[in-house]
Structure formats: C-alpha cells, structure tokens
Design a protein around this ligand. Structure first.
Ligand code: SAH
Ligand code: SF4
Length: 467
C-alpha cells in the first residue's frame, strides 16, 4: 500500500499557523500555559509529545494542573469503555473552570473522538469544549487552534481517512534519555474486539531512512533508550525492502551504548528470525511483549487472531531457548463474547505453562462498530468479574516468583532516577526492561551501571553496583 505522506507544503502551512498563534497569544498579559494529558497506549503518549511540541513552538508554557491553564488538551483513548468514561468525567470537571475563565480553550482529540457517535456526544454534552479533532489531523493542530482564537467558534474536525504519515513535527519529549519513535501507524488486523483499526486507519510504515536517521539523531543527543512503536511492529515495511527484523539489524548497527525496545509484537507475525535478531544483537531489549489474549483456540479464532496456542507456545519456547534471560509479558482479555468456563480454564492453563513475568489483564469491553459487538455475550458481568479475579490470583502467584531467576545475575541498568518507594535508592531499567533498585549517587543518573541482583520482588529487582 502506498504511504500517504503529508506534503512539505502542508507542513509549511502548519508552521505558518504556528507563527500566527504565536502572534495572537503574544499580546496576553502573561505567558499562556497549557495543561495536556494523553490517555492510553504509548502510541498516544507519543502523539501527545508532538502536540506538546507544537504548543511549545506556538509559545505556550506548561502547567501540571488545569486550574491555572489557558488551554486544556485531552488526547483520548478508545480501547476500553472505562478509558472513555474517565475522559467524560474529566471534561465534565472543567465546566466550573471555564465559567471562571471564559477565555480558556478546551480541546479534545485522539482515538475516542475519532468515533462519530462519541464526538457528537462530546459536542452536545459539553458546549464549553471549543475544539474536537480526530487522529488523522493531529498535524493540523496549529491551524485548528488558530481558527478558535480567530473566530471564537467551536470546531469539530474528524475526517474519515485511511491515515497519513507526517514527518518532522516538533516533539517535546518527556524524558531526556528515553525516547519513543513510532515506526508505523494504524492497524490492518481487525481483531474482532478491537476499535483501533477503526480509529487509527490502515497500517502504514515510515520509511526506514526516516526511522534510522531519527534514532541516530536521538542517540547522538544522548538518548539511551529508544522505544519503537507500532500496533503490530512485525508487519513493519510489508511490501518494501526493509522488514522489521532488518530494521532492527540496521538500528543495532549504530554504535554507542543504548537499548532499543519495541511494542507491540503480534504472535501471528512474530518469527524465529525476529527472535534470532534479538538474541544476536548488541542493543535490543531482552523483553518480548507477546499478547496472547486467550488460551483457547476456539476464542482465538473468534477474535480473528490468526494463530493458535501451539504456534504461540512454540514461539515462547524458541524465545526462551535463544535468550535465556528474556522477560516475557502478555495481554489477556477475560469474558470475550461467548467465552465459556472451559475456554477460560485453558487461559489459566496457558498462563501456568508459560509463567509470564507479568501480564496486563482486561475484562472485555464492548466497542461499537467492531464484529465482537454483534456477537452473543451471555456470561453475566459478575461471572466475568469472578474469572478476572481468579486470573489475577493465578498470575499474582506466578509473578511473585517470576523474577527469582535473575537473582545472582549481573544486569546492565540504565539509571533513571530516585526510587518511587524508597527515595534513598536509585532506580533504573535493565536490558530486560525490569525495574532495578540499588544504592548509588545522583552522578549515575542517565548512565549505564552493572548491578548484581541480590533480591527479587514481584515487580522489581534489588541489587548492588558492581565496582
Ligand atoms: N496492537 C496491540 C495492542 C493494542 S490494544 C496488540 O495487538 O497487541 C492493547 C490491549 O488492549 C490488547 O492487547 C488487548 O488485550 C486489550 N484490548 C483491546 N481491545 C479491547 C477490548 N475491546 N476490551 C478489552 N480489552 C481490549
Ligand atoms: Fe487491535 Fe488487534 Fe490491531 Fe492490536 S493487532 S491494534 S488488538 S486490531
């Protein structure tokens, strides 16, 4: 599929709008402040860094509360209903602030409002929301914001589209040593429960040269951890010369000390070749997030996942045989329409067989416009809740011991800050993407250190710096 790139002229237009907004807000009697928040996945957080980048270029400062903000921007998630409810609640709570400060601009964007029925509801229910825009016009934020300041009229912009790729947008990164780099956008998998293909458009990959030069630039600037993003990174570059394993090889060839991790790997397309590339690499993280979703082949078929448990277990076995210290994590959905107790039992069996280091578990949430939304869903919520708690217990017991295998190993750790639970300790992430706490001084921040692991906790490791 050809990539629809946003043209250089269009990007130039947006830079012009950036300057126009700059001129408008320049006359304020104070430096205007933006409060922005991105919900949901890393991809959305990465979009949020671009929205922040555009705001910074427009002359905004940032605040960590909506109370004193001149602009509030919520970048929303649609993957489950509770994410949407949270946004409705948070937008509702802005009413009194807008009454106090009618000049405040309120904007809502992202996956949730890319759904027409939600955008309509948002528009009707919250007349004080000024701007609603979808996922395909993120790069047009300066133009949309300018029209709010100029006309003071509400704007809704959610064009239907297969999606575009916009290169070179400004980025305001949250961290000075950890950076996300999207390598592809959208999704063509159409898992029957999932709204992502509907709100994010068709799968499209960035050109390998763009990805490689961005990563190279980040490493030159001192970034130490690069997270490559895509809904299904294994289908990166389909139809082109550089597929995902090849992209990883090229990135791994860059010199320097850094770690490259990626999300998310779909088990259908995850290959032995990919695992070999990780095993033989210098920089690629020994963490594989391989969402299984269910342990029942019948349910996997209904989910349209295109793999069965046999293939999945083969991948796990191969990954563990090639990369002994690999951290393996997963996503699981409980209560998919039509799931029976014996299907759920198979999920429990699979979890016990694989012994994940950790698992992200979700109760199925009905998403309008998906195939699963039309399927019979006879199991009552209470029953699904019971299964969910059972799953948490089983994974809890596995997770309790999962990190024990690292005790005694010396792991190279990127030191990221002071510990959240114990401020006396430094904390960082190992190449396996596991939190490691250790004693050390602030001079180590942002650098790699060897830590001998002395103790394992369910969610972290503790160790001592090897001199
Ligand atoms: N592209 C990624 C994940 C995207 S969404 C992948 O395919 O792995 C992240 C996770 O949310 C999914 O793995 C799934 O477990 C969960 N999820 C997606 N849609 C859901 C729904 N309708 N209800 C409950 N969980 C869902
Ligand atoms: Fe959703 Fe499936 Fe695409 Fe992941 S691969 S984003 S779960 S449709």
């Amino acid at each position: 599929m050809p990539i629809t790139k946003v043209s250089e002229e269009e990007l130039k237009d947006q830079r012009l709008f950036i300057r126009r907004v700059c001129a408008v807000i320049h006359v304020f009697d104070h430096k205007p402040l933006a409060y922005t928040h991105s919900y949901g996945c890393q991809q959305n957080v990465s979009d949020g860094e671009k929205l922040d980048g555009m705001l910074a270029d427009m002359g905004f400062g940032f605040t960590d509360t909506p109370d004193n903000a001149d602009l509030v921007l919520y970048n929303t998630c649609a993957v489950r209903e509770n994410a949407e409810n949270r946004v409705f609640g948070n937008v509702g709570a802005l009413k009194h602030l807008k009454e106090k400060n009618p000049d405040m601009v309120i904007a809502v964007c992202g996956c949730m409002v890319q759904q027409e029925h939600i955008a309509e509801r948002m528009h009707k229910r919250f007349p004080y929301v000024d701007l609603i825009f979808g996922t395909h016009v993120l790069h047009k934020f300066p133009e949309l914001l300018y029209s709010i300041y100029e006309k003071r009229k509400r704007v809704v912009c959610i064009p239907e589209s297969d999606g575009v790729v916009a290169e070179g947008l400004p980025v305001r990164r949250e961290s000075s040593f950890r950076a996300s780099v999207p390598i592809m956008y959208g999704c063509n998998n159409f898992c029957t429960y999932c709204v992502v293909p509907k709100v994010r458009g068709r799968e499209r990959s960035r050109e390998p040269e763009s990805v490689i030069s961005e990563v190279r630039g980040l490493i030159e600037k001192g970034y130490k951890e690069i997270l490559l993003l895509g809904q299904n990174v294994n289908s990166y570059g389909k139809g082109g010369d550089v597929d995902f394993p090849e992209l990883l090889r090229k990135l791994d060839a860059i010199d320097g000390e850094f770690v490259i991790s990626f999300m998310t790997s779909h088990p259908r397309d995850c290959s032995h070749e990919l695992i070999d590339v990780i095993a033989d690499s210098r920089h690629i993280s020994h963490h594989l997030h391989l969402p299984v979703q269910s342990g029942s082949d019948r349910i996997l078929k209904l989910m349209n996942r295109h793999y069965d448990t046999k293939r999945y277990l083969d991948l796990v076995q191969y990954a563990r045989s090639r990369i002994a210290d690999i951290q393996l994590t997963t996503d699981i959905i409980v209560g998919f329409p039509g799931e029976q107790r014996d299907d759920f039992d198979k999920t429990l069996e699979l979890m016990k067989a694989v012994k994940y280091d950790s698992a992200f578990t979700f109760i199925y949430s009905r998403r309008e416009g998906t195939k699963a939304a039309e399927m019979d869903d006879p199991v009552p919520d209470e029953e699904k809740g019971k299964w969910f708690r059972e799953l948490l217990d089983v994974q809890g017991a596995i997770g309790e011991k999962a990190y024990e295998k690292y005790v005694g190993m010396t792991l190279r750790v990127l030191c990221e800050g002071r510990g959240r639970t114990d401020g006396k300790l430094l904390t960082g992430k190992s190449r396996q993407n596991i939190i490691v706490d250790f004693v050390g001084d602030d001079g180590l921040l942002g650098s790699f250190v060897d830590v001998k692991i002395t103790k394992s906790l369910p969610w972290a490791l503790v160790g001592e710096v090897v001199k």
